[in-house]
Design a binder for this molecule. Structure first.
Ligand SMILES: Cc1cc2nc3c(=O)[nH]c(=O)nc-3n(C[C@@H](O)[C@@H](O)[C@H](O)COP(=O)(O)OP(=O)(O)OC[C@H]3O[C@@H](n4cnc5c(N)ncnc54)[C@H](O)[C@@H]3O)c2cc1C
Length: 287
């Protein structure tokens, strides 16, 4: 393992100043479940590691029917997985975190870290994209909010600049008569990264679909929205033939690569299969 200098700032301002000064030589560490593996395997060689665990206010977790869900950068996957409001109102996110690694990993891994790692196959990203989440970013020069869809610029790359710290994520409140689903497909049932991940959030209007957001993971350089498929769905009764057309559109929008886990053709096919299933699950879960 490459040696690095360890820093434990006590305030956001101090952490941001340090990160701005050290620039690309520094990496933030939260749970460390990605970063330490990458350092050990020499995929990353930061000279400085800035631990954010002592920063105040990053452990908050809240839900309000009018404000929605908000969680800070230190909230773990396991906290999200076991928290009643998430189980009740955001079953897509709940499913995603429950499929992330093992309980030991989930007790350390943060959801914000999973998003910031920006892996195309990260489990928590598709449901957060489908739900229209936004990221709160602190920099000592100012704070800003970024829509999660605008956060990713490529595999492992984001719009974050030196000095930026993601302090939390907000997810809008569920609409009445809405349903959500996330389906992960991998080679094994556990401890496996997604070969394809599909998240669907839909709001219904009686028999028709009022609004739908379909997010695909692991089938493009960044997680994506299947916007053509969504456009086909709005204002339409989601019967079997409509769902088949929507699933075909989602397949056409994916641009997967072949790698050790699956071929591009297989992944594209699975986008269709999982989109059909996820729409069905979201409709079945309408509350
Ligand atoms: C055995 C094992 C199995 C796994 N299985 C899965 C799986 O099934 N699905 C899946 O999606 N992931 C899986 N993972 C990865 C998952 O654990 C991580 O993505 C985790 O969620 C990252 O959170 P962390 O707090 O550990 O981040 P860290 O490792 O501390 O950081 C990850 C990255 O995010 C940056 N970062 C962290 N916090 C912030 C912040 N607040 N602001 C800005 N940048 C930040 C870091 O600099 C680093 O680049 C697995 C990992 C292991 C070791």
């Amino acid at each position: 393992m490459k040696r690095f200098e360890y820093h434990q700032p006590q305030s956001l301002d101090e952490a941001s100043a340090l990160l701005a000064e050290l620039g690309t030589q520094a990496s933030i560490i939260a749970g460390g479940t990605d970063l330490l593996v990458e350092i050990k395997e020499e995929l990353r060689k930061p000279l400085h590691v800035v631990d954010i665990k002592k920063l105040p206010g990053l452990g908050d977790l809240s839900f309000d029917a009018s404000e929605g869900l908000r969680f800070g950068a230190l909230v773990t996957a396991r906290q999200i997985e076991t928290w009643a409001p998430v189980i009740e109102h955001y079953p897509n996110l709940r499913t995603a975190v429950s499929l992330l690694g093992s309980i030991q990993v989930r007790n350390r891994a943060t959801v914000v870290g999973n998003v910031c790692r920006a892996s195309p196959s990260a489990d928590t990203i598709p449901p957060l994209v489908a739900d229209g989440a936004s990221l709160e970013v602190y920099n000592r020069t100012g704070e800003r909010t970024i829509a999660i869809e605008e956060f990713f610029t490529g595999p492992g790359r984001t719009v974050l600049a030196p000095g930026d710290i993601v302090t939390g994520i907000s997810v809008p409140p569920p609409q009445p008569a809405s349903g959500r689903a996330y389906i992960k497909h991998g080679r094994r049932k556990a401890m496996e990264l997604a070969t394809v991940g599909v998240a669907v959030s839909l709001d219904s209007d009686g028999d028709t679909c009022r609004e739908i957001r379909i997010a695909l993971g692991a089938v493009a350089p960044t997680p994506i929205r299947a916007r053509n498929a969504e456009a086909l769905s709005r204002g339409r009764a989601l019967d079997l033939s409509a769902i088949a057309a929507i699933a075909d559109a989602a397949m056409a929008e994916s641009t997967p690569i072949s790698n050790v886990r699956a071929s591009a053709d297989y992944r594209r096919e699975m986008v269709g299969v999982l989109t059909r299933r996820a729409i069905g699950q979201a409709m079945g879960g309408i509350q």
